[in-house]
Design a protein around this ligand. Sequence first.
Ligand SMILES: [Mg+2]
Length: 418
Amino acid sequence: MTIREIRVTPVAFRDPPLLNAAGVHEPWALRTIVEVVTDEGLTGLGETYGDLGHLGKVRECAKSLIGLDVHDMNTMYARIGAIVGGVVSDLHGLTGAATKEKSVDRVFAAFEVACLDIRGKAAGVPVVDLLGGKARDAVPYSAYLFYKWAGHPGEEPDRFGAALDEAGIVEQAALLIKEYGFQSIKLKGGVFPPDQEIAAIKALREAFPGMPLRLDPNAVWSVETSIRVGRELEGTLQYLEDPTAEISGMSEVAAAVPMPLATNMCVVTPEHLPPAIASRAIGVLLLDHHYWGGLVRSSHIATLCDTFGLSLSMHSNSHLGISLAAMTHLAAATPNLTFACDTHTPWQDGQDVVVPGSLRFVDGAVPVPAGPGLGVELDRDALARMNEQYEKCGIVARDDTTYMQRFEPGFTARKPRW
Ligand SMILES: [Mg+2]
């Protein structure tokens, strides 16, 4: 099963004005869709970031993989490593520091997922079976709440409306829970002064008693602020995600607050694990196969976490159905991934590049797609439409900060802000 052709297609889809520490989501989110085709005519799907620098590397690497067998992941990784060469940064910084290894892993992941899709199809088994088999039949996701504007400036409000205070956040949670059945809640913080976000968590606790809650301010708090907030939220949070920057800062906070700390910012590549484990900086790692080098490498990281007593959850950026399928297969095959995963799916509000039907939410969980491979099929019309949107939208890299500065000229993404 050798690779005959690889198609790389950038796409854009509508994204609501979701607020975070870096600024605000732009009206269009970008992704890149990868189709790997074998000499036998099997096609595998992958999905990755859409930023232009990354897209360029994906395109360059795609050419170098023609003729490779879909099982030969070591050669694929080496070829991609040689081409990526150095650090490919993103502008938003919301998934931590860029390193050379992480840059290679980010490019490799899309091709690896596509090859696993092909291998599953060839063997007639779902990808979860290639990763060790199902530890669970359905993967729970959390309601991922955001402070948000009613609509993008100059546009009509979207159907989610504004969420700029406790009441708005509780209302948003109720809507997402009603539509998807979520049984855990995560609030993206780092937007308002910490006391306002503490009040939002307390309001969620009152409105949804017993529902696990998390707060993620994307490292905009100082160590002192993080410790104060952590202590004030004792008994309320399942975990506190990236309150402050760097492994050293997280380690200081972890020693002083009652709940575990989680991260998708200070531990984002294998070289971060030894110092984070040695300094007890985190209790929960948010896996993300898009930058941990695909599904198999993520499984290896999960095993390491088990060895060292770290729990697992899963991180998400704005994504489409190929990624949701890949995330679901990985989480289903990872016994120690016991926290509900993050997903931006509700914010895509039905926009997708996959044919509807194979992915659905039942009581907040996605049943593992049953078909061979990833179990999802590309919707060619949707792909063409979203590619056209990409060509027209005028955005080539995610930049929440510059977009925010259009409306709040004094805004900076400085850390710590509080
Ligand atoms: Mg996070």
